[in-house]
Design a binder for this molecule. Structure first.
Ligand SMILES: Nc1nc2c(ncn2[C@@H]2O[C@H](COP(=O)(O)OP(=O)(O)OP(=O)(O)O)[C@@H](O)[C@H]2O)c(=O)[nH]1
Ligand SMILES: [Mg+2]
Ligand SMILES: [Zn+2]
Length: 307
């Protein structure tokens, strides 16, 4: 054992399934397990972690062993991914219906981690089929007007090549997480961006008579020298760990207008001389954003502090 030929390598965890950690390194996949010490130290490697792992050269088919995690830059819990550079928040216009509230909770959770988010609207084609071209355009326009003042980019994604290309142009080095409710089309979007992937989506398994196929684990896929993370869908975001004084910082347009408030401590509820309330009345802060801010604030205020 003592003269075992061991090589150390660096890679990124791209998937975790029942105790096996799949690491991508030098264009190859390695199956690894963490060293036993990690469990005692309560260290759980996650998708997106950069790791140092060892390979036994005398037995190249044996599992590698993760010996070290490199420092994490950030971490989100749902979906569970670390070292995120950018997030694509995928929202469908129909099936499931678009929700301003859900989108705002996703965006706040990202702002709280200082992760830049881009909104992707899917199923534009379905909306057109349901309500016609003019009404569909009006709805997309309305969404754009709500998110433009906050500075979020919006990309419409339909089946057409141009919108897929627009998303592709966004992706460079780094880790891009694709997040959103179940069924909005995250895996479908990935399949269109990287056509030889063929990730199973609802459509494919329906034709096999097995019902919907929902993504169950986070997986990184390579694109343009970066990584895209397909993730399981979820539709609740826990924001109650955010301090009530911090929430106003996580709505960029409210943060900006808040500088005009009479009181620095203004939570933009009923305080006199509130610049945010004025901006809502004047229409420069969209009503839905302000209402969702108040709604999340109320939830935070109603949650007893945790220690
Ligand atoms: N018409 C239309 N259907 C779409 C579009 N995007 C996705 N779909 C369909 O929506 C269904 C769900 O898509 P998925 O890609 O599996 O959704 P998902 O977000 O990965 O869902 P989870 O894995 O459960 O989180 C599938 O039947 C897709 O074919 C779109 O732009 N237009
Ligand atoms: Mg999926
Ligand atoms: Zn105020």
């Amino acid at each position: 054992m003592s003269n075992k030929q061991v090589e150390q390598m660096e890679g990124i965890i791209y998937q975790v399934i029942s105790g096996f950690y799949y690491v991508w390194s030098g264009n190859k996949s390695y199956t690894t397990k963490p060293r036993g010490l990690f469990r005692h130290q309560k260290i759980t490697p996650l998708v997106g972690d950069r790791v140092i792992f060892e390979l036994n050269q005398e037995d190249p088919d044996s599992d590698g062993r993760i010996v070290k995690l490199l420092p994490r830059r950030n971490e989100i819990k749902r979906p569970s991914v670390v070292n995120i550079d950018h997030a694509f928040v995928v929202m469908s216009l129909v099936e499931p219906d678009f929700s301003y509230y859900l989108l705002d909770t996703f965006l706040v959770s990202l702002e709280a981690k200082k992760i830049k988010g881009t909104i992707i609207l899917t199923k534009h084609d379905l909306l057109v089929k349901e309500v016609g071209e003019a009404a569909a355009d009006a709805q997309v326009d309305e969404i754009r007007q709500v998110y433009e003042p906050a500075g979020y980019d919006r990309l419409v994604v339909s089946a057409d090549e141009a919108s897929i290309q627009a998303v592709n142009d966004y992706v460079h080095e780094g880790l891009y997480v694709i997040m959103g409710q179940s069924g909005v089309g995250k895996s479908t979007l990935l399949n269109r961006l990287i056509p030889d992937l063929e990730i199973r989506t609802a459509e494919i398994s329906e034709s096999l008579g097995r019902g919907r196929h929902t993504t169950r684990e986070v997986t990184l896929y390579e694109l343009n020298g970066g990584f895209l993370a397909d993730t399981p869908g979820f539709s609740t975001v826990d924001l109650t760990t955010i301090a009530k004084e911090d929430l106003r910082l996580f709505f960029p347009e409210i943060r900006r207008k808040g500088q005009a408030c009479r009181f620095r401590s203004c939570l933009h509820k009923q305080e006199p001389g509130c610049g945010v309330k004025q901006a809502v009345e004047g229409g420069t802060i969209p009503a839905s954003r302000y209402e969702n801010y108040l709604h999340i604030l109320q939830q935070i205020e109603e949650t007893p502090p945790r220690y």
